[in-house]
Design a binder for this molecule. Structure first.
Ligand SMILES: [Zn+2]
Length: 91
């Protein structure tokens, strides 16, 4: 049995998607999707973060607060789930 000792919480492993042009109505510019736990966040040009569900709707207060607390440093609820992601270049 392999054991991994962690001294810090596991952070999210984000894919970051740049959203469409800022139209003044929707200030969010990037969507962060964690490959491990599938939680999503919207981040605007000022660095403000909102937790969203899979359909892109903002979460209610308690769920949103729990997710927002994990955004920068974890913990990612995906735990030690193995990632088989490839890094690709984008233009
Ligand atoms: Zn995660």
């Amino acid at each position: 049995m392999d054991m991994i000792e962690r001294s810090a919480p596991l952070r999210h492993a984000f894919v970051i998607v740049r959203l469409g042009a800022h139209d003044g109505l929707d200030p969010f510019r990037h969507r962060y999707l964690c490959l491990r736990c599938r939680w999503s966040f919207l981040v605007d040009a000022r660095g403000r973060v909102a937790a969203i569900d899979g359909a892109g709707r903002p979460l209610a207060d308690a769920a949103a607060a729990r997710r927002l607390a994990s955004f920068a440093d974890g913990p990612c609820p995906g735990g030690s789930r193995r990632l088989d992601a490839k890094i690709i270049s984008i233009r």
